[in-house]
Design a protein around this ligand. Structure first.
Ligand SMILES: NC(=O)c1ccc[n+]([C@@H]2O[C@H](COP(=O)([O-])OP(=O)(O)OC[C@H]3O[C@@H](n4cnc5c(N)ncnc54)[C@H](OP(=O)(O)O)[C@@H]3O)[C@@H](O)[C@H]2O)c1
Length: 329
């Protein structure tokens, strides 16, 4: 059953409150997962060039659109300008490449993926300094990038524009300088990292919030270890209070984690390439959390950031990197 609940943007566009995330999935996995997801009723797909699977997603979208099984206006497709292209003159060529790969004429939401910029070599590999740290580009200018983002809306390449991983201060600065207000801030948000200040600020400014890693990003362990990072991460689906609430409703811990996010007025984009799990993740509208349960889940905040971008060794030296000192484990 399609997700019938939406968040309405400050420009009137509507985003389904559950979307499917696509990070860390091979072409083969994502092609069958997107097929399953569309069949299950997902209409919101979150991707990015750094996930390296836009072409595979595009193949599925083309099949669905060509067959008439879905209309373009029923889909909500999100992609992002990556940290390696976070410069004004790269914004338009980058969205055009994503559109070509996704086989679309426009996306519904285009995000600035990170507030920081990193340098790459001509072959696409990261530029490293003498200490083997990623070279950061400290000239990042959000206001200038935003002007390039606004031009995309004027050219019809995206319906809405937004940001991702922006702090309250970074968003406040952008709001002072923009012609088109950001429609959305995509941030890590789950019971263990609630970022309430930031969420409340976004909502008070009519900037919707999307929660990434809503289930705790289990797959990040593999990604981290590939970058030589060993970090013990919590399993959100194993938190006793979450399991208790799930048992009371005959639902899974994942469904409870997602429903809590939606009930706090935030959109969630869980990633799954497993057909059963992706269906379960969408099936969160046939039960209701009591006010007491919402309060119990809201009291679990630990300020633990799971997706801390440590896999970009040295990124914390960028002046716009704001994650340091935010997690406590
Ligand atoms: N803007 C950003 O900087 C940013 C950063 C991170 C993520 N994102 C976006 O947000 C999406 C979601 O975040 P995420 O991928 O980090 O993590 P997530 O959605 O919290 O968790 C995904 C992991 O949980 C597993 N899983 C999914 N549903 C499950 C269920 N019902 N029960 C048990 N396990 C389940 C998945 O495995 P299976 O696939 O095997 O089910 C996968 O390993 C990403 O895919 C990406 O689109 C954006």
């Amino acid at each position: 059953m399609a997700c019938k609940k939406f968040l309405t943007f400050n420009n009137g566009e509507k985003m389904p409150v559950i979307g499917i995330g696509t990070w860390q999935a091979s072409d083969e996995e994502i092609e069958s997962a997107i097929d399953e997801a569309l069949e299950a009723g997902y209409r919101h797909i979150d991707t990015a060039p750094v996930y390296r699977n836009e072409k595979a997603i595009g193949r599925v979208l083309k099949r669905w659109l060509d067959s008439g099984k879905v209309k373009r206006e029923e889909l909500f497709i999100v992609t992002k300008v990556p940290p390696v292209s976070n410069r004004p003159h790269e914004v338009e060529p980058t969205i055009r490449k994503s559109l070509a790969d996704l086989e679309l004429e426009y996306v519904d939401l285009y995000l600035v993926h990170t507030p920081f910029t990193i340098n790459i070599n001509e072959d696409g590999s990261f530029k490293l300094d003498k200490d083997d740290l990623i070279e950061v580009d400290v000239t990042t200018d959000h206001a200038a990038i935003w002007v390039a983002m606004e031009a995309l809306v004027e050219k019809g390449l995206t319906k809405s524009i937004g940001i991702s991983n922006f702090s309250k201060d970074q968003l406040a600065r952008l709001l002072k300088n923009c012609k088109i207000r950001p429609a959305n801030n995509q941030i890590e948000h789950h019971v263990y990292l609630q970022q309430r200040d930031l969420v409340e600020f976004c909502q008070s400014e009519n900037v919707t919030v999307t929660a990434y890693s809503p289930l705790g990003s289990k797959g990040i362990a593999k990604f981290n270890s590939g970058a030589g990072i060993v970090r013990d991460l919590p399993d959100l689906m194993d938190i006793p209070e979450v399991k208790e609430v799930a048992a009371a409703h005959g639902k899974t811990p994942a469904q409870v984690l997602l429903r809590w996010i939606i009930d706090t007025g935030v959109c969630a984009i869980p990633k799954s390439t497993n057909p059963d799990r992706l269906k379960l993740n969408l099936n969160v509208f046939d039960f209701e959390l009591t006010a007491k349960e919402v309060a119990k889940l809201s009291s679990l905040d630990q300020n633990i950031r799971i997706c801390d971008f440590a896999f970009f060794h040295g990124v914390e030296r960028h002046p716009e990197f704001t994650f340091k000192n935010q997690y406590t484990n």
